[in-house]
Design a protein around this ligand. Structure first.
Ligand SMILES: O=C(O)CCC(=O)C(=O)O
Ligand SMILES: [Fe+2]
Length: 387
């Protein structure tokens, strides 16, 4: 490398490491503390850039407007009862509904998923009771993202140079498979947190199998294909993030979660019946309805890649509001980081269809996405790559 170029390279490297150090050093304070301090104006880091603010607002107002606007599109609702009813014709209709929802929207509500409402209610209760603890108590479980300890209690650190933050604190931990979970870092209060959450993880894994079978069938694949391509019972991980969104004095300026697609294969969302989730459909943000006993399912990037884009990874975001704390339980189904190569499945290319995504491990996909976010102008995708 010529001296001038290598000098520039080193300089640039220094700039980048300086920025990273700045980001890492900036330990985000808990949003709950800010919210409870009674401030009437939110700090600058939480104010979204002008381009994102046009259609922000109080989640309750937005949900009310959506409900009045009967003509507006609503997320599909798919009843899973027929998958196990023994009625083959009804089962096929359900598979087709799932295929359509995953292809057109990349998101849906599912009902009759098989997890008893009592267990879902208990999960909501133990998560809320944990977040009801004083912040000092929750700090005992604080994660340390800088040293790679990602599980635990946290708030978003800025991962871009502008230092933008989200109006949210969270608790993140693995809930399945059982052999890989580490309950020593899970909340010890309330006492039944571990029992209830571990049971939910087990039961949700059954739902994941069911959905991946139907979605495999929807692509014309053997029913076990997607599950095994994602690691199967041993290696597919279920990671739970309890998102805690305090009330916000200026919901028209902030976001609980900024617009993103999930890196997972599927994500499940359950919430405390406070609106906030919006999905991008047909050029507009649509606020998800709160449907009792339903789970929301997102298609994430990993499934979009395996399906060569036939299933869509949905763009979504979270609004906040002035009235009520919102809590959501997001469970991400993720392949192992290094051992599986995510790429469009061969069976889907057999007719000469070109691959829309280059092969990448899950970790490489995460790094690529981060790089693209921080260098929008530098990320020239390879031929055929749309993601
Ligand atoms: O709170 C929600 O409804 C969505 C959360 C979310 O998108 C996420 O945690 O990735
Ligand atoms: Fe998400």
């Amino acid at each position: 490398m010529p001296a001038s170029l290598s000098g520039e390279f080193i300089n640039r490297r220094h700039q980048i490491s300086y920025q990273i150090a700045k980001m890492v050093a900036k330990v985000a304070s808990r949003v709950e503390i800010l919210a409870k301090s009674g401030l009437s104006e939110i700090p600058a880091e939480y104010i979204r850039p002008e381009s994102e603010r046009l259609d922000l607002g109080d989640a309750f107002e937005t949900a009310k407007k959506g409900a009045e606007d009967q003509l507006g599109p609503q997320l599909p609702v798919v009843d899973l009862q027929a998958l196990e009813s023994g009625d083959e014709a009804a089962r096929r209709v359900c598979v087709e509904e799932l295929r359509r929802a995953a292809s057109e929207w990349g998101v849906m509500h599912i009902t009759n998923h098989g997890i008893k409402p009592e267990l879902v209610e208990r999960l909501r209760k133990v998560g809320k009771e944990f977040f009801d603890l004083p912040v000092e108590e929750k700090e005992r479980y604080a994660n340390d993202q800088a040293s790679g300890k990602i599980q635990g209690y946290g708030s978003k650190l800025a991962n871009n140079a502008s230092g933008q933050l989200e109006w949210q604190d969270y608790f993140f931990h693995l809930i399945f498979p059982e052999e890989k979970i580490d309950v020593s870092i899970w909340p010890k209060q309330p006492e039944d947190y571990i029992e209830v959450t571990a049971e939910f993880g087990k039961q949700l894994r059954v739902v994941v199998t069911k959905l991946l079978e139907a979605l495999s069938e929807g692509l014309g694949l053997e029913k076990g294909t997607l599950d095994s391509e994602l690691g199967g019972t041993k290696d597919l991980l279920l990671q739970m993030k309890i998102n805690y969104y305090p009330v916000c004095p200026q919901p028209d300026l902030a976001l609980g979660v900024e617009a993103h697609t999930d890196i997972s294969a599927l994500s499940f969302i359950l919430h405390n019946m406070v609106p906030g989730l919006q999905v991008f459909y047909d050029g507009k943000w649509v606020t998800a309805e709160c449907i009792p006993d339903a789970l929301i399912v997102h298609v994430g990037d990993s499934l979009e890649i395996l399906s060569n884009g036939r299933y869509k990874s949905v763009l979504h975001r979270g609004l906040v509001n002035k009235e009520k704390v919102r809590i959501s339980w997001a469970v991400f189904c993720e392949p192992p980081k290094e051992t599986i190569l995510l790429r469009p499945l061969e069976e889907l290319l057999a007719d000469g269809t070109p691959p829309n995504f280059p092969p990448r491990t899950f970790e490489q996909h995460i790094q690529h996405k981060l790089f693209k976010k921080n260098n929008p102008e530098a990320a020239t995708p390879p031929a055929n790559a749309t993601n």
